[in-house]
Design a protein around this ligand. Structure first.
Ligand code: SAH
Length: 346
């Protein structure tokens, strides 16, 4: 089923066959620049608005819409036409906003510490289902400008390459987002990274590293068995050479697992070789993983150690833990929330 933001310009033109040509532009700008629904486009004749609205239904129906206590993070649980559910997180800053979008319902990568991975794979999202998450968030961000999109929600973007890339191009071309404000995050699908390096748009690449030796990474990020670190590093180096965009590494600090001095040494060496920036995130609690995040004091010490070893590292500000909107907590299943009282103090 084609949904509102699945249709490209030529499909809109087909839908508007027989109408004056400028109608296509009007509709396109209405959907992407005014972020309006067809009913709101009162510069179009009534009959046309109705026809377009009917032919191109919205893809996302909000089932739960929660706002964090601090008011700066909002999460939607959407239901799609076939009953599948995904989540989107909007992070508000004083002048701008960032949205974190899902690219798949569920995920097949099976990282044990990630709530999405614990639930398994359901299906690929379509381009329109991805783009609409951004449009819906951009409406809610107003009057702020939605400036950044991170493909860090549910799913593995490079395991849904074509639809995700079509979404990137649509966000760039129709919503006017700059490629440098778009970030794809991957577990390290090497052929996907290599393909990304051949694309015209230089998006940011984030790699969910979490371990810098194969033995530990095989365990934490199972796809490492297929694409081990040496291959991942080579693909990252080639991406860097092709695009000259800064790479970043995500590292969820897990108490006693990947927060030892040796981990910092291996990570720092790799980050220096690739001039990558390290984003440290104390592991967020999920229902299916017993191990906890590294306590705050040792998170700071790990960061300092990385810096003393010559790597760029920052601790990522955690947002939305109280509504299970933080990294790794998206699972589209509000029954299985980890209780707030269960969390380490913030
Ligand atoms: N599949 C892609 C996109 C998801 S991004 C990827 O893995 O990069 C979500 C980020 O949150 C990833 O870096 C992931 O490793 C991280 N993450 C998963 N579970 C987490 C948890 N419990 N605490 C903190 N970060 C987590």
């Amino acid at each position: 089923m084609a949904t509102r933001y699945d249709a490209d310009r030529s499909e809109l033109a087909e839908l508007l066959a027989g109408e004056p040509r400028y109608r296509v532009d009007q509709l396109w700008r209405g959907l992407y620049e005014r972020l309006a629904s067809p009913e709101e486009l009162t510069d179009l004749p009534r009959g046309l608005r109705d026809r377009v609205g009917e032919a191109l239904p919205e893809a996302l129906r909000a089932v739960v819409d929660s706002t964090s206590r601090s008011g700066d993070t909002r999460k939607w649980l959407w239901e799609l036409h076939d009953g599948v559910r995904v989540e989107t997180v909007l992070m508000l800053y004083p002048e701008r906003a960032t949205v974190c979008v899902s690219t798949q319902a569920g995920c097949a990568m099976a990282c044990g510490f990630c709530a999405t991975g614990q639930g398994g794979f359901e299906r690929q999202l379509t381009t329109g289902e991805i783009v609409e998450q951004v449009v819906r968030a951009a409406r809610h961000a107003r009057p702020r400008r939605l400036s950044n999109v991170v493909f860090m929600g549910m799913g593995e973007p490079l395991a849904n390459y074509d639809r995700t890339w079509a979404a990137v191009e649509r966000l760039h071309g129709a919503l006017g987002l700059s490629a440098r404000h778009l970030t794809l995050s991957t577990v390290g699908i090497v052929p996907g990274i290599r393909r990304l390096a051949t694309e015209a748009l230089p998006v940011n690449l984030a790699v969910s590293l979490h371990a810098a030796d194969d033995e530990l990474r095989d365990e934490l990020v199972p796809i490492n068995r297929r694409y081990p670190l040496a291959e991942l590093e080579a693909a990252c180096r080639d991406y860097l050479a092709a695009k000259n965009r800064r790479l970043s590494f995500e590292w969820a600090l897990i108490d006693g697992v990947n927060d030892r001095a040796g981990d910092a040494e291996r990570l720092a060496a790799l980050a220096r070789r690739l001039r990558a920036h390290v984003n440290l995130i104390p592991l967020n609690p999920t229902a299916g993983y017993a191990t906890r995040g590294t306590p705050a004091a040792r998170v700071g010490a790990f960061r300092d150690l990385l810096r003393s070893l010559g790597a760029n590292a920052t601790v990522r500000q955690n947002r939305g833990t109280d509504i299970d909107a933080a990294c790794g907590q998206l699972r589209a299943d509000h029954e299985a929330r980890v209780e707030i009282s269960d969390r380490p103090p913030r």
